[in-house]
Ligand binder design. Structure first.
Ligand SMILES: Cc1cc2nc3c(=O)[nH]c(=O)nc-3n(C[C@H](O)[C@H](O)[C@H](O)COP(=O)(O)OP(=O)(O)OC[C@H]3O[C@@H](n4cnc5c(N)ncnc54)[C@H](O)[C@@H]3O)c2cc1C
Length: 111
């Protein structure tokens, strides 16, 4: 994600919006934004504690709702209620043939 690719994505979304809802074709849009999305293999988030760091991640595109919820759950866990964390102790299955940098992403993007 960068400003140029985000603007390009915005144009594509804008065209789709106009195609699906023609009455919105001329509506002004205030903001266009983008960023990176992290995916887990099973598209299920992970949350817990590792090496002195509390984490909640891997929302796989559904973080707007889940990040708020897991924020509350992790706050409870920090206060000693780790039983509240349904993701505690989950394995992190990896994609076969992949570790480190996601070299395959450009191909996935093309697909
Ligand atoms: C293009 C795109 C589309 C998305 N679409 C959807 C969607 O349709 N539906 C959906 O549910 N989810 C969507 N998501 C995912 C969702 O936006 C995220 O999963 C969610 O915002 C994650 O919340 P968070 O609180 O974990 O992290 P963030 O929202 O990233 O919050 C982290 C905050 O920490 C701040 N920060 C970082 N480092 C520091 C530091 N060192 N000191 C102080 N502050 C720091 C950052 O500035 C930021 O404000 C989308 C994400 C992207 C990028």
């Amino acid at each position: 994600s960068d400003q140029r690719s985000d603007a390009k994505s915005g144009q594509i979304l804008r065209a789709s919006l106009a195609a699906i809802f023609p009455q919105l074709a001329t509506v002004e849009i205030d903001y266009c934004w983008g960023g990176l999305v992290d995916m887990t293999k099973d598209r299920f988030p992970r949350a817990g504690y590792h090496d002195g760091v509390w984490y909640a991640m891997g929302y796989s595109g559904h973080g707007a709702q889940l990040s708020t919820h897991l924020g509350m759950i992790l706050a409870d866990a920090m206060l000693g209620r780790e039983d509240r964390n349904p993701m505690k102790g989950l394995e992190w299955p990896s994609i076969p043939g992949y570790s480190g940098k996601p070299w395959f992403l450009p191909m996935v993007g093309l697909y």
